[in-house]
Design a protein around this ligand. Structure first.
Ligand code: COA
Length: 271
């Protein structure tokens, strides 16, 4: 587990940020409410993401929940009466939280959701926007929008459908049911399920592997996979070509092949 004393607080400490060995870590830290997200937390999350995006030392970001019981249990329902009570208020609320999620959707470095416990509603949106989801055995996933009378929205459902397909998306949305990690793994909602006590170590091991690989090659993969997922008419083949050229002309590519020939570990600089 990260050393909490080294963390930078946002949103009155309900969002924490840390950087260690090229790995940025954002912790949702409102365990008394199972890390339910208030608007202030969404905004703090956006600030933490921006800071990690602009920090050259950071090569990969892990998102996690504090307290061991939840990743994020969704939006903070106690704020709804005041800030999300009808369509107009909900639109304003949605814009403010969506602006922060857009930072995650457009994040230029790899992102990993490290999920232990409940991952519900808006927590699923965060997890689905990450590049990779690693979950502990005892986790639970669901989108209880139909139990609250909430329309989940285009962005969240787009990612759900692309991960699990339309039929599972319908079953989850119509019933509001929760599924466990093994079912989430089987339907493609998460990539790996790990015993609870090994989750953090395994997630860090993946992040450290990524942080030691060539940043431009990873960026090329991230950009190209994002373009593959777009409709052909919206696809930016120029962006794929540009990152491909930057990669193949990079000092890191020279370093990668030299290190292989010299049988040593490469030292990549992202240039
Ligand atoms: N918003 C606001 N408060 C929440 C919350 C949320 N999304 N999720 C949990 N909490 C609060 C509970 O109200 C409770 O507060 P209290 O101690 O003041 O009573 C506290 O967190 C602990 O929750 P509790 O229900 O006692 O814990 P649990 O472990 O039995 O169950 C959940 C945890 C997450 C399954 C359950 O709290 C729940 O279903 N939360 C709502 C999830 C949801 O609908 N999310 C979608 C929102 S759009």
């Amino acid at each position: 587990m990260p050393d909490l004393s080294q963390e930078t607080p946002y949103a009155d400490g309900k969002i924490l940020k840390q950087v260690t060995d090229g790995v940025g870590i954002i912790t949702f830290n409102n365990p008394d409410k199972r890390n339910a997200m208030s608007l202030e937390m969404w905004e703090g999350f956006g600030e933490a993401l921006t800071s990690l995006r602009d920090d050259e030392a950071v090569r990969v970001v892990i998102l996690r929940g504090a307290g061991g019981k939840a990743f994020v249990s969704g939006a903070d329902i106690s704020q709804f009466e005041k800030v999300r009570h009808n369509a107009a208020a909900s639109e304003e609320y949605g814009k403010r939280s969506a602006a922060q999620r857009a930072l995650l959707a457009d994040f230029p470095k790899p992102t990993i959701a490290c999920i232990q416990g409940f991952c519900l509603g808006g927590g699923m949106q965060v997890a689905m926007l990450a590049d990779i989801r690693i979950a502990a055995h005892d986790s639970q996933f669901g989108i209880p929008a139909a139990k609250l009378g909430i329309a989940y929205g285009y962005d969240g459902l787009k990612h759900l459908v692309s991960l699990v397909g339309p039929s599972w998306a319908r079953l989850l949305m119509y019933t509001g049911m929760r599924i466990d990690s093994s079912e989430a793994l089987r339907i493609g909602l998460v990539e790996r399920v790990i015993p609870d006590d090994q989750l953090w170590g395994e997630t860090m091991a993946i992040a450290l592997t990524i942080s030691q690989n060539a940043p431009l090659a990873i960026k090329a993969a991230k950009i190209t996979i994002a373009e593959v997922l777009k409709d052909e008419s919206a696809r930016d083949m120029g962006a794929i070509k540009a990152i491909g050229t930057a990669c193949m002309d990079s000092a890191d590519f020279r370093e990668g092949r030299q290190a292989f020939m010299e049988k040593r570990k490469p030292q990549f600089r992202g240039k």
